[in-house]
Design a protein around this ligand. Structure first.
Ligand SMILES: [Fe+2]
Length: 190
């Protein structure tokens, strides 16, 4: 069954994010949904022939398109919040346990997002041991921790900020933090 594009127009008006930037970002996201569906369709109709480079390249590309779609959904869904994180709540406690303090976690997450290159900063929870990690994802598909669930996802491709912030990625990260929907983030925790 084909994936449907989700509507995130509720985010328009969010402080620190211009309408132009958000609308362009939604269009990019829609491209990943379209391409995920297209690849699924193409792959199902191709002969399952590993010696055929066309089949192999479509297969390799699937992770890029699918993760491009899904990571944007996590990202948009963990934005649009107004309230600060409840520092006595479960998530704050788990972050403090994992990183020494909430502030130490935030510093590490911001540093992960500020790394050179295009990709994503993701706070993951390991489904097996319950541990939390801040992880760098290159492009969309390289670096994921097997079996871990994304808890907080931040896009650090240049399209996520350059319209509003130029090369000032740290300023974008600050705006991102001001708009985190902590309720959505908490609900992903196990
Ligand atoms: Fe993006």
């Amino acid at each position: 069954m084909a994936y449907a594009t989700r509507d995130y127009s509720n985010l328009i008006g969010m402080e620190g994010f211009s309408e132009t930037l958000l609308r362009n970002h939604f269009t990019l996201y829609q491209g990943y949904v379209t391409n995920t569906n297209k690849l699924q369709e193409l792959l199902s109709s191709k002969a399952k022939d590993a010696t055929n480079p066309e089949y192999a390249e479509l297969k390799r590309r699937f992770g890029f398109e699918f993760n491009g779609m899904r990571l944007h959904e996590y990202y948009f869904e963990n934005l649009g919040g107004k309230a600060a994180l409840d520092k006595s709540g479960t998530l704050a406690k788990k972050l403090a346990d994992a990183f020494g303090s909430y502030d130490a976690w935030e510093q590490d997450f911001r540093a992960t997002g500020a790394m050179r290159g295009i990709g994503w900063a993701i706070l993951y929870q390991d489904d097996v041991a319950g541990q939390l990690f801040n992880q760098w994802i290159n492009e969309h598909e390289v670096g994921h921790l097997a079996g871990c669930k994304p808890i907080l996802v931040m896009d650090v491709f240049e399209h996520a900020f350059i319209t509003d912030y130029g090369l000032r990625r740290a300023d974008y990260i600050a705006a991102f933090f001001n708009n985190i929907n902590w309720g959505a983030v908490e609900s992903r925790l196990k």
